[in-house]
Design a protein around this ligand. Structure first.
Ligand SMILES: [Zn+2]
Length: 152
């Protein structure tokens, strides 16, 4: 009723188009979700016995029923606990080392930036001084071309 003055063909066409767009958007979202899930599964650790992917903290493998032990994200079989914890602290040390390195690089970069900024300032001041001196030296000559205004 509210659109009886519009072309019914056009209204129909628009409705069809909108529903097509909605279906396509839903398809895209579903595809994205599947992709995210696929990537998550690809990153899961493998069972040490059969090599299947295992969800974190599962007490046993879902495909071969091997009992599992975990140290955070590291997987093993009972008896591996010590090795896993050694590996974990090794990983942590490596991570801290990398983080320190990244911070050092950032700090050096910031220092270089501020050095550049002060160098730019010095160049600007030097050019300004040269311009002022040049202007003062040329002033007597420039006066010749200016209109002669006297107030007396
Ligand atoms: Zn398994």
């Amino acid at each position: 009723m509210w659109n009886f003055h519009r072309d019914p063909q056009e209204v129909y066409y628009r409705a069809v188009q909108e529903s097509k767009n909605r279906i396509q958007a839903e398809k895209d979202a579903a595809f994205q979700r599947r992709l995210t899930e696929k990537r998550r599964i690809a990153r899961l650790p493998n069972c040490p016995k059969c090599g299947e992917k295992c969800e974190y903290n599962l007490p046993q493998c879902e495909s071969c029923e091997q009992e599992l032990v975990w140290a955070e994200y590291l997987i093993g079989i009972p008896g591996d606990e010590n090795r896993l914890h050694q590996q974990l602290s090794l990983d942590e040390r490596k991570y801290h080392k990398r983080r320190t390195k990244r911070r050092e690089i950032r700090r050096r970069f910031a220092a270089r930036e501020s050095r550049w900024a002060s160098q730019r300032l010095i160049v600007f001041i030097v050019l300004l001084v040269i311009a002022v001196i040049g202007f003062a030296m040329l002033w007597p000559k420039m006066k010749l071309y200016l209109p002669d205004i006297s107030f007396d």
